[in-house]
Design a protein around this ligand. Structure first.
Ligand SMILES: [Zn+2]
Ligand SMILES: [Zn+2]
Length: 297
């Protein structure tokens, strides 16, 4: 593909996106989307509203003016069904982002010291949340978690609840990433296990990058096994509640329990230990679990 063609495709995409946002630059139209969400909350089975119900709920008296605004949303964010108007996929996504506080830029929580020490240097860990960025670090700049959480989630949660939410979201994202799917845009994701080229205190990292939107993640190689069925069964057998376990309290995610065991093709072994049992999971170069072995010591 030559540069000209690429340029043309990109400017058409950008125009579509800016048209879509321009449509939402009006209070009445946003009120229409919110009224449809309210209807869905009241009765998930009867989520459609007729033209006049919708007009009453948004408080617009002039039916011609209301029709004009509804027309701007129709086809893109709302659609007309036999029962009335409902949100389209794009409408549901945009309302989800508004309610989640994606566009709020002033949500902060007080930094909070945590009970578990830094796994690298044993000093105190502190959690910080600022406008959607959630970090857990120690005084020696070891970062054990860096992720984003929609600001709306922080308005009615404590730091500990936010960390629990972020952990579950991280695990859900790993599930998609391990399947080669981007959690942001559903594009295809390249995955790679290897030695990180920056100093991140782990010997082997699991890196993913999206071909479509460029979203990039880096974690320790151990993260690749978090949604593996054998690993989950092992945790279950040892009463480890993996869904609620904060990542830096899992030794195989933070210290050198991952080693390279083969070069051609590359193979890596993640070791998980609990009680008197051990689970070795072998990963290929994309972080796919290709072999497991459970032994009692
Ligand atoms: Zn530290
Ligand atoms: Zn993507």
């Amino acid at each position: 593909m030559n540069d000209d063609t690429t340029g043309t495709v990109e400017s058409a995409d950008v125009r579509d996106v800016s048209d879509a946002f321009a449509v939402l630059g009006d209070e009445t139209r946003v009120a229409v989307l919110e009224a449809l969400v309210e209807a869905r909350r009241e009765g998930p089975e009867q989520r459609a509203l007729t033209f006049s119900e919708l007009r009453e709920r948004t408080g617009v008296t002039d039916s011609g003016r209301f029709n004009y605004h509804l027309g701007k949303l129709r086809g893109r964010f709302v659609e007309e069904t036999d029962e009335g108007y409902v949100l389209t996929y794009a409408g549901r996504e945009v309302v989800g982002a508004i309610l989640g506080g994606t566009y709020d830029t002033d949500v902060q929580l007080e930094p909070e010291p945590l009970d578990d020490p830094c796994p690298m240097c044993d000093t105190e860990l502190v959690a910080r949340f600022d406008d959607g960025d959630l970090d857990v670090t120690c005084e020696n700049d070891h970062t054990v978690l860096r992720t984003s959480v929609t600001p709306g989630a922080a308005t009615d949660r404590s730091m500990h609840e936010l960390l629990s939410l972020a952990t579950r979201r991280t695990y859900a994202r790993i599930e998609l990433l391990a399947g080669g799917i981007c959690p942001e845009c559903s594009g295809r994701v390249d995955r790679e296990i290897g030695e990180p080229d920056v100093d991140v205190q782990v010997e082997y990292s699991y890196e993913t990058s999206c071909e479509r939107c460029g979203a990039f993640t880096r974690s320790s190689a151990g993260a690749a096994v978090l949604r593996d069925q054998t690993f989950i069964a092992f945790c279950d057998a040892h009463d480890i509640d993996i869904a609620d376990r904060l990542p830096w309290t899992l030794p195989f995610l933070t210290d050198g329990e991952t080693v390279q065991t083969g070069e051609d093709p590359p193979r890596y072994r993640v070791r998980v230990e609990a009680d008197d049992e051990r689970l070795d999971l072998t990963l290929d170069e994309r972080g796919v679990v290709v072999d497991t072995e459970r032994t009692t010591s």
